[in-house]
Design a protein around this ligand. Structure first.
Ligand code: NDP
Ligand code: 2IT
Length: 457
């Protein structure tokens, strides 16, 4: 029984009824329903003895985006053919600040994926302690194999509609899968041209036009700072630990770099074609080579095995069968299933930190938690990226630029404070921390308080 007398059975019943409604209202949107389930399963027990949250329908309102904008994005390819993609901006929740969250360009993008990302972003942004609401957007456009000019024309057309929905105090997008410095530059240029305003409407900008130092590194570095905090909690360290990392984009390569800097061994990286394994641990030279491969030459991770003798490529496979101490999935959603989790547990993985958004299926999360594996959920682990985006917004508003060491310190202390919030709301008997519950509840509390203050809006 909770303090107010609501039993665990009743709480489960309320939760099940809530999820039935969410599923009915969002039929066919499996990723979104999955994300709501993960959050609500930890929030219902927390609010069992707090009737105001039920009366004010806080969780019902939180699972409904404030607004979804869907639009046509026509562009012409290099052969002069007219092509049409779909663009979206999901403005999920502005209770604690302007909508904030990335743009994803990938052929798999649909409304369900953007709603799950926008929903998660709301809690993540709250955890950073900065005044940012939650949003996400993107397109089913596939940047792979497109020329630089095709990508530019696409970005310009995308912003020709998006510009009317964003603003430094309204909605501030950034990058995500398929959207890096190059795309942000094209989009910022088009916004500036259409509106004749030089304002911080995007983060992740180049350093010459208002970008923040440390933003490129922030998500991957922040994730490993969070791992460091999780390890310190159990009196351990990154030094000497072997680490499995998936993906080879912005997040994965910077996570690998920070593991290396802290004395750990990054064993793997991957892309949608397969994974590379380096049992000696990747070196800085190899990581730099891979960054250039992906960011400039836009090649495939398999090429690393042709370049370096001690790297092996495993075609069509994911890295989760390799024996290691820690796993940091850093590619995309649902890249770790229940079977992968069972393999990792059998192989002795002791800590899993989600650097990608929702990389673990619910079955995998349950397996890790049941097996006593220390599990860091995405909204806490990868919050350093949007955290430094928040700092970019502050610098833009004040028309100043902080130096790198200042920003590195701010990132590190932000990750420590997110970790402390998870401990505050997720500590169990014996000092063990349920990070899933801790991150969800800590993120929820602030957004819910603001929504309660506003009344029925
Ligand atoms: P990038 O586009 O830089 O890299 C994405 C990487 O993931 C690539 O290696 C890509 O391989 C791989 N990948 C993408 N989709 C798939 C797929 N369906 N199957 C297998 N591999 C895939 O993106 P980021 O590094 O920025 O983002 C990675 C993850 O981190 C995402 O979940 C993103 O939402 C999350 N994130 C990013 C933040 C940021 O600041 N950038 C902040 C917080 C979270 P390939 O090239 O073959 O497609
Ligand atoms: O998922 C994420 O947090 C991001 N893609 C970064 C968002 C941002 O606004 O920096």
């Amino acid at each position: 029984m909770s303090k107010s007398g609501v039993s665990a059975t009743k709480t489960k019943e309320y939760f099940n009824r809530y999820m039935e409604g969410v599923e009915k209202r969002n039929s066919g949107e499996s990723e979104f329903v999955q994300a709501v389930y993960e959050v609500a399963s930890t929030i219902f027990p927390y609010i069992a003895d707090k009737p105001i949250y039920h009366e004010m329908q806080i969780l019902e309102r939180m699972a409904e985006p404030e607004r979804i904008i869907s639009f046509r994005v026509p562009w012409s390819d290099d052969d002069g053919n007219i092509r049409t993609n779909r663009g979206w901006r999901v403005q999920f929740n502005s209770a604690i600040g302007p909508y904030k969250g990335g743009l994803r360009f990938h052929p798999s993008v649909n409304q369900s994926i953007l709603k799950f990302l926008g929903f998660e972003q709301t809690f993540k942004n709250s955890l950073t302690g900065l005044p940012m609401g939650g949003g996400k957007g993107g397109s089913n456009f596939n940047p792979k194999g497109k020329s630089e000019l095709e990508v530019m024309r696409f970005c310009q057309s995308f912003v020709t509609e998006l510009y009317r929905h964003v603003g430094p105090d309204t909605d501030v997008p950034a990058g995500d899968i398929g959207v890096g410095g190059r795309e942000i530059g094209f989009m910022f240029g088009q916004y500036k041209r259409i509106t004749n305003q030089f304002v911080g409407i995007l983060t992740g900008k180049g350093l010459s036009f208002g970008g923040s130092k440390m933003r490129t590194e922030a998500t991957g570095y922040g994730a490993i700072f969070f791992v460091q905090n999780m390890l310190q909690q159990i009196k351990e360290d990154v030094e000497g630990k072997t680490v499995l990392i998936s993906g080879s984009g912005n997040v994965a390569t910077h996570a690998a770099e920070k593991v290396l800097q802290l004395g750990g061994k990054p064993l793997t990286l991957s892309d949608s074609g397969g994974f590379i394994e380096c049992s000696d641990g990747l070196t800085q030279e190899q990581i730099d080579w891979i960054k250039e491969l992906k960011d400039v030459r836009r090649g495939r991770i398999s090429e690393a095995a042709d370049e370096f003798k001690n790297i092996v490529f495993h075609e069509g496979k994911r890295p989760w069968g390799v024996t290691a101490d820690i796993a940091v999935p850093s590619a995309t959603q649902n890249e770790v299933n229940g079977e992968d989790a069972a393999t990792m547990i059998k192989n002795g993985v002791k800590l899993v930190a989600e650097a990608a958004n929702m990389p673990c299926e619910q079955a995998a999360v349950d397996a890790f938690v049941d097996a006593g594996v220390s599990f860091g959920p995405a909204k806490a682990v990868n919050a350093g990226g949007v955290g430094v985006s928040g700092l970019e917004m502050s610098q833009n508003s004040a028309r100043i630029a902080w130096d790198e060491s200042q920003l590195a310190d701010m990132l590190q202390s932000m990750m420590k404070s997110i970790h402390d919030s998870c401990v505050e709301y997720g500590e169990e008997s014996g000092g063990k921390v349920n990070y899933l519950q801790g991150a969800n509840v800590a993120g929820f509390v602030k957004v819910a308080e603001a929504m309660l203050s506003y009344g029925h809006v």
